[in-house]
Design a protein around this ligand. Structure first.
Ligand SMILES: O=c1ccn([C@@H]2O[C@H](COP(=O)(O)OP(=O)(O)O[C@H]3O[C@H](CO)[C@@H](O)[C@H](O)[C@H]3O)[C@@H](O)[C@H]2O)c(=O)[nH]1
Ligand SMILES: CC(C)[C@@H](C)/C=C/[C@@H](C)[C@H]1CC[C@H]2C3=CC=C4C[C@@H](O)CC[C@]4(C)[C@H]3CC[C@]12C
Length: 955
């Protein structure tokens, strides 16, 4: 179905449709399953852009398609209403797809048909010319779904029949009458089917010299053509076929499928020849300014670019993705392209130069080479590295020169050339009006508008529909107090809404949870032991993995087993992803699943993964990779055990990262967007709700009189009061830490409330009960104290940077000093320091702490900024927002589980996780990971060389 304008001339019916061939117009996008060479259907994100169809693993990777299907070569699209499948036929191969619904399949087929017709026509236009003399029948009494339609049947010179259906937006009656007039004229003259060749393939000539009647009054109408010939698109219209194919056939209309095929074959063998003739050249040169004709052609073919796209230079280098990927970069007049040369990797980049917003040379980074950073208009960041400075600089120079060219395109593309003056103006006028018409429509349909996903609608959280039915919800979490307390706050909010809530976590928290009137579910594991391993080894370090292998196995088995039991009988799971089991349990129970967490855990280019140590100064370039690496490392560590448990306990097939598809899980982040602004690249279902504060966490707690006196006395004497406490951190030498703190407090002249929390938990028995007496009077020691009560009464806080403790300090509006120990604590340290509301202490010494204490209690600007932050945070209602977000995304969560079940049922693929398990790149991942999480001694450059020396296959 094409929209255009119909012209009736004395001898012809002319149809003209205008499709601007704008770059990067997205005509349709969404998820589809594609049949792989193994016959399995796998889901990808597809985007139909002009006459190419591309697909990705990740819809955010706009410019990195896995494959580019050029519709120029497509013969037709075939529907198969059974199971919503359809097929694109090309001479080289057929592509099979499956849509989620019938409606979606119909939409895809319609749009693809349009694109194929256009791709087979000259540039921006489709022109169909029907000689009136060839008409055998005209009918406007159709019983079709079109109200106002005319059907025209024709017979061609070669006796082939064609059938056209024109559906009108406006009244077609006048056209019908006039057309019948003209047709009877021919019939009377008995001039049917003269073989004189009057019919011209050029509409310009056809229109020239004729009196032109425009019937549709510039209103759009549609043409639907049902052709009896093999090739759906072979009409009497003028068509242009890629030059390479054109040259093999004399007339355009006579291109047959066989010819296309043989031309493709010829091209393939030529390519093989080149490689055989010049192997050295292809492997060793890393920059080529004058690419050969063959290279240019292959480049255009691979990236589905038009004939006039001039390849300017080829470079060899690395594209930094999950791991640095060695490959070939191409710069052409309008694009920067990249194609991976690592076997088994299908990474591509096709980036329009116009989409580049900013680019900058970078210092040597992961590989120690010469970097280049590119930021696209859609805020996607890309990082390239080149082996030599010269090459990188040439690349940049070429980009500079291309960016500076003014790329204003003329409104008209000169289609009318070669005609008489008069006809030229007629045709041009028609084009101009068509273009205007198109512009209007594109405003309505807004092609190229931001990607619309399968689920979710954009908008604010507030105002989501309230649920009719109450639910029984499990909140599943492991870890320390900070991992449980937010759920108590959330549970209270949900219970107020009439839902039943169970918190499933370590036995240690049972009484505390029940004291808040919340149901408890038992999950195994000793939080203090977990904490010790985290602190002693750092997170995701070699030591961590070594301990993981030996110590975590039994622990993990127990965790999986107990959490399965703990979730039974509920109908929604909200899980901290650190608990690992919830995503599988939800799949087994077929109930909706949400994630919630205190720290960033969703891929973004905006922040590093909470466990990727930010003091490495990796900055934006590596943020995204840090998530991919850590997710992979995490999954690799637990996958065998999890899959065994799935099989034995959950009775589910084994899974992998791709099948789990964690990116589509609705996520509730319980931190403030005033501290962690929402990254632009998070989907709608990733919500930042604000902190879930729990007031009066310790039921029945009353402030000791001595503490109140301590506060009052210091206040009276104008002595600043600080809180110092390292929460649930288990320190191996608590005495040394205490000594440093005491000295720093004395030195800085402040008064301190010192909470030692868990610092001696694993040392029971060794604790000196008389410790209290050892403190100077400026220090008030205690075990624990509700922060919500205390922080309002003091001037600054010093802590480990636990998410919840940080939140408590920020809410009170006082400066924060963070000495991180592991995990996300570094991230929070960085946040407060970069916001100017606190300090991030990397190495704790008496001098450093004393200096920070003085500044935090006296620096006017810092105090002011902190107090403003406090005001903002106090205005947020995280629990309320979270409840609304649950309502809003519940349907999405349900759909996700359903499609996951379908996927699990449909794929029995032994090939797994994003290719990671299949490729022997284990050591490279580890090497890159080491850099990200900061393991000393990882400077060896071995991995770069290994990748570089991989056999250079060109295809
Ligand atoms: O004496 C105390 C100790 C804690 N709290 C509160 O308890 C919560 C503790 O939260 P948080 O700092 O997040 O918890 P921790 O258990 O200390 O920290 C662990 O859990 C956090 C949340 O996942 C992570 O950010 C940390 O890295 C990890 O160490 C906060 O609301 C505190 O205000 C008190 O009120 N009084
Ligand atoms: C080798 C395998 C067994 C490795 C990968 C498994 C590691 C587990 C034990 C790790 C991965 C993520 C870690 C994890 C993530 C986040 C938090 C929140 C924090 O507030 C307490 C620690 C806690 C809860 C830790 C505990 C240990 C976890 C759960």
């Amino acid at each position: 179905m094409l929209q255009g304008v119909l012209y009736l001339t004395e001898e012809h019916i002319c149809f003209h449709a205008y499709f601007p061939r704008e770059q990067d117009v997205v005509l349709k996008d969404g998820f589809l399953s594609k049949r792989s060479t193994y016959g399995l259907y796998e889901k990808y994100f597809f985007s139909l852009q002009n006459d190419v169809l591309v697909y990705y693993y990740d819809q955010l990777d706009q410019y990195c398609p896995l494959e580019i299907i050029d519709l120029k070569y497509a013969v037709k699209v075939e529907k198969d209403t059974n199971k919503n499948k359809f097929k694109i036929l090309t001479p080289k191969r057929n592509y099979l797809f499956q849509a989620d619904s019938l409606a979606s399949m119909e939409e895809w087929v319609t749009q693809l048909q349009r694109s194929i017709v256009r791709a087979n026509n000259d540039g921006d236009h489709v022109k169909i010319v029907i000689p009136i003399e060839s008409i055998t029948n005209i009918d406007n009494q159709l019983t079709s779904s079109f109200q106002d339609a005319i059907q025209i049947k024709t017979i061609d010179q070669d006796e082939s029949f064609d059938e056209y259906l024109f559906a009108f937006v406006s009244d077609s009656q006048i056209l019908f009458e006039k057309l019948n007039d003209r047709w009877s004229h021919y019939k009377e003259l008995n001039l049917t089917r003269t073989q004189s060749g009057q019919r011209s393939t050029s509409p310009e000539l056809t229109i020239a010299g004729l009196s032109l009647n425009v019937f549709s009054g510039w209103k759009p109408f549609s043409i639907h053509k049902r052709s009896k010939s093999v090739d759906e698109t072979s009409t009497t219209s003028t068509r242009s076929v890629p030059k390479s194919i054109q040259s093999t056939s004399s007339t355009l209309d006579s291109v047959t499928e066989q010819e296309v095929q043989s031309s493709v074959r010829r091209k393939l063998s030529r390519r093989v020849n080149i490689l055989v003739q010049n192997p050295i050249k292809y492997m060793s040169s890393s920059f080529n300014e004058n690419p050969q004709e063959e290279t240019k052609e292959r480049f255009r073919e691979h990236f589905a670019l038009p004939e006039n796209e001039e390849l300017l230079a080829v470079f060899y280098g690395y594209y930094l993705r999950m791991i640095p990927l060695y490959g070939k970069f191409y710069i052409s007049g309008n694009y920067v392209c990249y194609k991976s040369r690592v076997p088994g990797q299908t990474t591509n980049i096709k980036l329009p130069i116009s989409a580049i917003y900013y680019y900058k040379k970078q210092h040597p980074t992961i590989l120690g080479y010469y970097g280049l950073e590119i930021l696209t208009r859609s805020q996607q960041e890309m990082f390239f590295e080149f082996g030599f400075k010269d090459i990188r600089d040439q690349f940049v120079k070429l980009l500079d020169s291309l960016k500076n060219v003014d790329k204003k395109q003329p409104l008209l593309d000169g289609t009318g050339s070669g005609s008489t003056d008069e006809s030229l103006t007629i045709v041009q006028n028609a084009f101009i009006k068509d273009q205007l018409l198109w512009k209007k429509q594109s405003e309505i349909y807004a092609p190229g508008s931001p990607i619309v996903s399968n689920y979710g609608d954009a908008g604010t959280i507030i105002g989501a529909p309230k649920l009719e039915k109450s639910m029984h919800i499990t909140c599943l979490t492991i870890g320390s107090r900070g991992d449980v307390q937010p759920y108590i706050a959330l549970a209270k909010g949900l219970m107020k809404e009439g839902h039943k809530v169970r918190i499933a976590t370590h036995g240690e928290y049972k009484d505390w949870i029940e004291s808040h009137g919340i149901e408890f579910g038992y999950v195994g594991g000793n939080p203090a032991e977990l904490m010790r391993i985290c602190v002693e080894n750092g997170m995701f370090t070699l030591g961590f993995f070594r301990e993981g292998v030996t110590n975590f196995r039994g622990w993990l088995d127990d965790l999986l087993k107990t959490s399965w039991d703990a979730c039974q009988g509920t109908d929604l799971i909200i899980e901290s992803p650190s608990a690992m089991s919830g995503i599988h349990i939800a799949e087994a129970l077929e109930i909706p699943y949400f994630r919630a967490f205190t720290m960033p855990w969703t891929r973004t280019r905006a922040y590093p993964h909470a466990f990727a140590v930010p003091y490495h100064d990796l900055k934006a370039p590596y943020n995204y990779s840090s998530y991919v690496l850590i997710e992979n490392a995490f999954w690799r560590g637990i996958a065998p055990q999890v899959n065994r448990w799935r099989k034995n306990t959950l009775k589910l097939r084994s899974t992998n990262m791709e099948k789990m598809d964690a990116g589509t899980v609705p996520f509730l982040y319980n931190f403030s967007s005033n501290i962690v602004p929402r990254p632009y690249d998070w989907s709608d279902w990733i919500c930042i709700t604000g902190y879930w504060f729990l007031d009066n966490p310790e039921v029945g707690w009353k402030a000791p009189q001595t503490l109140i006196d301590f506060l009052d006395n210091n206040r009276k004497n104008d002595i600043k009061i600080v809180y110092i406490g390292f929460g649930s951190i288990v320190v191996d030498d608590p005495k040394a830490l205490t000594k440093t703190i005491v000295e720093a407090v004395v030195k800085s002249g402040v008064a301190a409330i010192l909470s030692k929390g868990w610092s001696d938990r694993l040392q029971q028995g060794k604790v000196d009960n008389n410790e209290k007496e050892e403190y100077p009077p400026c220090i008030y020691p205690l075990k624990s104290v509700p922060h919500d009560w205390l922080f309002e009464r003091i001037d600054a806080v010093v802590h480990h940077g636990g998410a919840g403790t940080t939140a408590a300090g920020l809410r009170a509006g006082i400066p924060t000093i963070i000495k991180p120990f592991f995990g996300d604590q570094f991230f929070w340290g960085d946040r407060v320091e970069s916001m100017g509301i606190g300090f991030h202490i990397r190495k704790l010494t008496v001098e450093k702490l004393a200096e920070c204490l003085i500044k935090a209690t006296t620096d006017e600007l810092m105090i002011k900024k902190s107090s403003l932050t406090g005001e903002k945070i106090r205005k947020e209602d995280g629990v309320f927002n979270a409840v609304q977000a649950i309502y809003k995304h519940l349907e999405h969560a349900r759909q996700r589980i359903v499609s996951q079940r379908h996927r699990a049922a449909g794929i029995a693929s032994p090939t797994s996780t994003l290719g990671f398990d299949d490729l022997d790149i284990n050591f490279k991942v580890t090497a890159a990971l080491k850099k990200i999480v900061g393991i000393p001694g990882s400077e060896s450059s071995g991995e770069g060389e290994t990748i570089e020396s991989l056999p250079a296959t060109d295809n």
